[in-house]
Design a protein around this ligand. Structure first.
Ligand SMILES: C[S@@+](CC[C@H](N)C(=O)[O-])C[C@H]1O[C@@H](n2cnc3c(N)ncnc32)[C@H](O)[C@@H]1O
Length: 309
């Protein structure tokens, strides 16, 4: 990868929306934005990556920003809409289906998966076990199903399955049993208490609070995150121009596995391969980034270029 040093955009907006883009320089180095490039950001969030890339492509009319969160969309609209950027309020799978249908292609595609800091830090959204709030966890609040709905309506076996599959939680059965015994559970603090008690955590030996995995599992289920990603990858490939570049940042092993497998299948150096892998190993945050933004600790960036046929 060619390394170029790019200035991270300053957060000029209200501090409540402060979101530090992760692996910022690494994303720029992988995508190598050029003037005139068509750019699609599938998880535009609070526009940290997008702003820097737009400053390099200087092509707002060729740029599409997608997010499923209405707060992010309001923010992106106030920040970019007057410049001619197209902003789509939708999950990225639906957006990609529409863009594929319209035969639209892009030179640069970015997906920075998961939850943004403003989503995570807002008690009302219910994403964090350490913040009191309703059991919501919907990225798109137009959808019906919430974490509260799952927690209070799934059977014990279904809950145990969900916690195992999406949280890789070894105590899933005990936690599921305790959840069912304590229903109805309406808020994050009560759920976190039930999980901590059921897992027998004393908080001393194991550093990570056991609620981390169960909350992750519920969030993935509420937002159908893995299926969104799995189904979107082939559509992303269709939406890339020959020679176009793709960068995907994931935050847990389940997501990263899906991305890695897809890139291996499509970039295998065999007949019919459509991608050249740009990151043999996923890029991760340097110590100084982790120190200033602990969220970056689990970020993994994989990138590829579409073969120019
Ligand atoms: C980590 S943040 C992105 C931050 C962004 N790169 C920035 O610099 O501000 C992830 C964003 O992706 C959005 N998101 C996650 N999954 C999505 C999906 N399937 N479809 C659309 N947006 C999604 C979330 O709502 C959130 O705003």
């Amino acid at each position: 990868l060619t390394k170029t040093k790019t200035k991270m955009p300053k957060q000029k907006q209200k501090s409540e929306f402060a979101h530090q883009p992760v692996l910022f320089q690494e994303v720029i180095n992988c995508l190598q934005p050029q003037a005139g490039d068509r750019f699609l950001d599938l998880t535009a969030g609070f526009g940290g990556h997008s702003q820097a890339i737009l400053e390099m492509t200087k092509a707002p009319g060729e740029t599409v920003l997608v997010d499923r969160d209405s707060t992010a969309i309001t923010f992106l609209s106030s920040k970019f809409a007057s410049s001619g950027v197209e902003i789509i309020h939708s999950d990225f799978l639906t957006a990609l289906r529409r863009l594929n249908h319209q035969h639209r292609q892009f030179d640069l595609i970015l997906a920075d998966l998961g939850v943004s800091s403003p989503q995570f830090d807002e008690d009302e959204r219910g994403f964090s076990f350490s913040r009191p709030g309703p059991l919501d966890m919907r990225m798109d609040r137009r959808q019906d199903s919430t974490a509260e709905h799952l927690v209070n309506s799934l059977s014990e076996a279904e809950l145990a399955n969900l916690l195992t599959k999406y949280g890789e939680e070894p105590r899933a059965r005990a936690i599921a049993r305790a959840i069912v015994a304590n229903r109805p559970i309406k808020n994050t603090s009560d759920l976190a208490d039930v999980i901590v008690k059921a897992s027998g955590w004393r908080g001393r030996h194991k550093k990570i609070n056991p609620a981390t995995q169960s909350f992750q599992a519920l969030r993935i289920a509420v937002n159908d995150e893995l299926s969104q990603l799995r189904q979107s990858l082939p559509l992303i490939l269709n939406a890339l121009t020959p020679g176009g570049r793709l960068a995907i940042i994931s935050f847990h092993s389940l997501e990263d596995r899906i991305v890695k497998q897809f890139l291996q299948e499509q970039g295998g150096n065999t007949y019919g391969s459509q991608l050249t892998i740009l990151t043999k190993k996923p890029l991760t945050a340097a110590h100084h980034e982790i120190a200033s933004n602990p969220r970056s600790r689990s970020a993994k960036l994989r990138a590829a270029a579409k073969i120019n046929t």
